[in-house]
Design a protein around this ligand. Structure first.
Ligand code: SAH
Length: 465
């Protein structure tokens, strides 16, 4: 982040602008929304600027800016659309101690003006550090369409009501009340009775929330998917939006944790296949404790919570403590990984079943399991399988599997650093060693990436001929 967004207090302070043309007008339209004293220096000013000056909206000095004119200004804009003049006035404003922006000149600007969605007092600023103004405009248009025009007045009325709402207990009860007000009761009151109907509706809403029984906490057992935040379900996002406490594993990507409610307590239980981790008992106890404190707990697990997630142990603990829970499904690593190689997990005339295996348990695999897997066309998705590669290879070959059986390892599926290693059973362990994978990896036994698969099929046809 090269620019840090802040909201600056400008009420009653001076903002000085040099310029009188189009660029000046564009900036002034924004600046006049503020309660700052806007001063414009322009030997020739657009008619609109003259009008604004006549109605007292700004002060116009009909001459070029000179030393001392930007003294005590909070912000200064050079908007002359003339490089030399902008450089001259920017230099003077610098000396006067103002923060300087040169319009359309990122390099010489100390601050930049974001695209703004204005629902005063709710203000949304969008910036791309000059990289993609088109994108900023698109996001602005999207938000403009999404946010009701009444949001501003609702927020102003809501602000005056904050003290009264303190009758509700701090935390979830109060949050639910405000959520209800801004997105349901408030807009509905405006629709039926106009802004004047809002205070009474707010009063009613408070009474009904006060009457509601204080509900106890509950736990959402949420699948966070393979890593790409776009692969989260809407339900998972909503749960993250509402969470008081988020308990997460190490495989849950930082981009997804970013989506949790700002005030949520984040509990890292760092559970991976092999690394150090909080014990399952500690995790269970933490879930129970936070729920008993009345919190909405989100237990985030990578992929789908029901696949190699030790979910049942957590559910047992919650049941034992009489705590409500629900499962929110997610996209499991096998689904994401198979998508990345353009294949299907099952395919007519190839395999009508697919096994999900964990490398952890393979030592306990019975002989008949290996024999079944060694047949032609079989497909397995092996989780936590990196360390078991040599073992799997040995057993499969021993049970008569074809050494040319395709094997594909997908590391960091769906993430920016995704890597795909395509090999065969014969070379599985050595190719995996050579690839030196460090991230979570899913191994497909019996599947090759689509392009490689086509090649293998051609070769085997040639051999048959
Ligand atoms: N519940 C998870 C699996 C947890 S076990 C799920 O449904 O995906 C952890 C194993 O999942 C890792 O060792 C790895 O084999 C696999 N895994 C998880 N995320 C992955 C990813 N983004 N890419 C590849 N494999 C992944």
């Amino acid at each position: 982040m090269q620019h840090f967004p802040v909201f600056m207090a400008v009420a009653g302070r001076r903002i000085v602008l040099s310029g009188g043309g189009e660029a000046a007008l564009a900036k002034l339209r924004l600046l006049l929304k503020t309660e700052a004293h806007v001063n414009v220096f322009a030997a020739q000013a657009d008619e609109q600027i003259i009008k604004w000056a006549a109605t007292g909206k700004l002060t116009l000095h009909p001459r070029p800016l000179e030393a001392g004119d930007a003294m005590c200004a909070a912000l200064f804009y050079a908007a002359n659309e003339d490089e030399a003049e902008d450089a001259r006035v920017a230099d003077l404003a610098h000396r006067d101690g103002a923060l300087v922006n040169v319009v359309d000149n990122l390099a010489d600007s100390q601050f930049i003006t974001p695209a703004i969605v204005d629902r005063d007092p709710v203000t949304i600023a969008i910036g791309t550090e000059g990289a993609a103004p088109v994108l900023a405009r698109a996001i602005k248009a999207d938000l403009e369409a999404k946010l009701p025009a009444t949001l501003g007045p609702l927020a102003r009325i809501g602000k005056g009501f904050r003290k009264m709402a303190e009758a509700l207990p701090f935390g979830r009860a109060r949050r639910e009340f405000w959520g209800d007000y801004y997105f349901q009761a408030g807009p509905k009151a405006v629709e039926t009775g106009g802004i004047d109907a809002v205070p009474a509706a707010l009063e009613d809403l408070l009474q009904s929330h006060l009457a509601k029984d204080a509900r106890s906490g509950h736990v959402d057992l949420v699948g966070a998917g393979p890593g790409d935040p776009d692969l989260l379900t809407l339900k998972a996002r909503k749960a993250l939006d509402a969470a008081d406490v988020v308990v997460y594993d190490r495989l849950v990507s930082p981009e997804i944790l970013e989506l949790a409610r700002r005030e949520a307590i984040m509990v890292d239980v760092g559970k991976t296949g092999f690394g150090p981790s909080a014990s399952q008992d500690t995790i269970n106890a933490s879930l129970v404790k936070h729920a008993q404190d009345g919190h909405h707990v989100v237990r985030l697990k990578s992929g789908d919570a029901t696949v190699f997630g030790r979910l049942d142990e957590e559910i047992d603990a919650l049941e034992a403590a009489d705590i409500q829970w629900r499962i929110v499904p997610g996209i499991t690593a096998a689904s994401a990984a198979v998508a990345s190689i353009g294949q299907s997990l099952t395919k007519r005339d190839r395999n009508s079943a697919v096994r999900f295996l964990t490398g952890h348990d393979m030592q306990g695999f019975a002989d008949h399991d290996w024999r079944a897997l060694a047949g032609s066309g079989e497909v397995a998705a092996i989780y936590m399988g990196k360390r078991a590669a040599r073992f799997v290879q040995g057993r499969m070959l021993m049970h008569g599997a074809d050494p040319a059986t395709p094997i594909t390892i997908v590391e960091n599926a769906s993430r920016a650093d995704q890597r795909i290693v395509s090999t065969t059973l014969a070379l599985f362990a050595s190719d995996l060693d050579a690839a030196n994978l460090t991230g979570p990896a899913l191994t497909f036994y019996g599947l090759a990436p689509r392009a490689a698969a086509a090649q293998i099929e051609t070769i085997s046809k040639e051999v048959a001929l």
